[in-house]
Ligand binder design. Structure first.
Ligand code: PLP
Length: 398
């Protein structure tokens, strides 16, 4: 008899998403010819930038020759990629991050769910509601209790600074699912809170490229003092369509400390380096060359065209929904629209939209109890499907 990790039993099975999949499947079998359009899932639809394809072809050719083949790469990423990240994503915007503070990985979901391993089981974790479920579930698996921070319309979907002392707080900006973004002032309050409480913020900025307002922070390190309290996770998934290729990075500053039971300071950067060296063998050479390519002049241009394409979808969809009389949040600095349901529950809205218009959205309640009363639309569809979705929305009674 092997005793299992009982944390897994505490996970709340997400019946909602299974229910959505079942309902879509049922509709497909009743109307096999129906064209179902999805504005539901958070995955990209546009192909990879051409620079990435070329870089991968070249890298693949190198792997085929004895002079240039590569075996295991460095645990934390190839210097050619780390240097581009350091320069373009930080130095060029006035943030000083060192190369050995950057850890290249196979994506943000893995980083964000793995990072909790370096903290004690009995720490207090703060997670927003609604939320990207990975923060919550990875901590439940580890057997931790969670304090939820409600994000509501009256606070612009930004969590209020809590009275209690939280040790690790997960913040996501631009936010999935609400599409809202922290201002510098709002983020500064969290950095201040973390300093006072010796807490650590895990800042997920997977959607940073979607920020169009230059006043809004793309990195938590734009806030002074954040290097002493924050880890930043980023991904090429939504930036450059790498959801199927897998590459991202995490910044763990050297000035960031955790503490032993006796109050002795321990560098989190060293702990994370040890974790990566022991449990990870790096992202493939071919993939890292593809990631490097997006930092070239041509790469930046191609990436920006893709982002503009999605953001135009967001704009068109948001304007149309507002014209129809809906209250819609997000969609201006994020690829998600958070629509307030006029009557009934999120799930009822979802069902009506699916059955009357063959259109898929995501009920807000799937992201946490505070998501009830909202649904999420994504801008990651094709333009054609976005336009069709609008036509259908205009016709249905919801
Ligand atoms: C899509 C997404 C990510 C990126 O995950 P990858 O594992 O890098 O593909 C991270 N955080 C949020 C909130 C996301 O929606």
């Amino acid at each position: 008899m092997v005793e299992i990790n009982s944390g897994y039993l505490d996970l709340v099975p997400n019946y909602l998403f299974k229910d959505i999949a079942d309902k879509v499947k049922a509709l497909k079998s009743s109307f096999p010819k129906a064209e179902i359009i999805s504005l539901g899932i958070g995955d990209v639809t546009q192909p990879l930038p051409k620079v990435c394809i070329l870089a991968m072809q070249n890298a693949a050719a190198e792997m085929g020759k004895i002079e240039t083949m590569r075996g295991y790469g460095p645990d934390f990423g190839y210097p050619f990629l780390i240097q581009k990240i350091q320069k373009n994503d930080y130095q060029d915007v006035g943030i000083n991050i060192q190369e050995d503070e950057i850890f290249v990985s196979d994506g943000s979901k893995c980083d964000i769910s793995n990072i909790q391993e370096i903290f004690a089981k009995n720490i207090k974790v703060g997670i927003t509601n609604p939320v990207y479920p990975v923060y919550r579930d990875s901590n439940i698996m580890a057997g931790r209790e969670i304090s939820f921070l409600p994000c509501r319309e009256e606070n612009n979907f930004v969590p209020e600074i809590p009275e209690e002392k939280l040790d690790v707080i997960y913040l996501c900006s631009p936010n999935n699912p609400t599409g809202t973004v922290f201002t510098k002032d709002e983020l500064s309050k969290w950095v201040e809170y973390a300093k006072q409480n010796k807490s650590v913020i895990i800042f997920d900025s997977a959607y940073k490229e979607y920020i169009t307002n230059p006043e809004l922070p793309k990195s938590i390190y734009e806030i002074s003092g954040a290097k002493e309290v924050a880890i930043e996770s980023r991904s090429f998934s939504k930036t450059a369509g790498f959801t199927g290729l897998r590459c991202g990075y995490m910044v763990v500053p050297k000035g960031l400390n955790g503490y032993t039971e006796n109050g002795e300071k321990i560098s989190l950067n060293k702990m994370w380096a040890r974790r990566m060296a022991t449990k990870f063998n790096g992202v493939s050479y071919v993939t890292q060359r593809a990631a490097e390519a997006i930092f070239s002049l041509e790469g930046k241009k191609q990436v920006s065209e893709i982002i503009t394409y999605y953001m135009n979808n967001a704009k068109i969809l948001k304007q149309a929904l507002e014209k129809m009389g809906y209250t819609v949040f997000g969609g201006e600095n994020a690829p998600y629209l958070w629509l307030k349901v006029k009557n009934g529950s999120s799930q009822e809205f979802f069902s009506k939209l699916l059955n009357q218009a063959f259109l898929v959205c995501t009920p807000g309640s799937g992201f946490g109890s505070e998501g009830e009363g909202y649904i999420r639309f994504t801008a990651f569809a094709t333009r054609e499907n976005t336009m069709k979705a609008i036509e259908r929305l205009e016709k249905v009674k919801l």
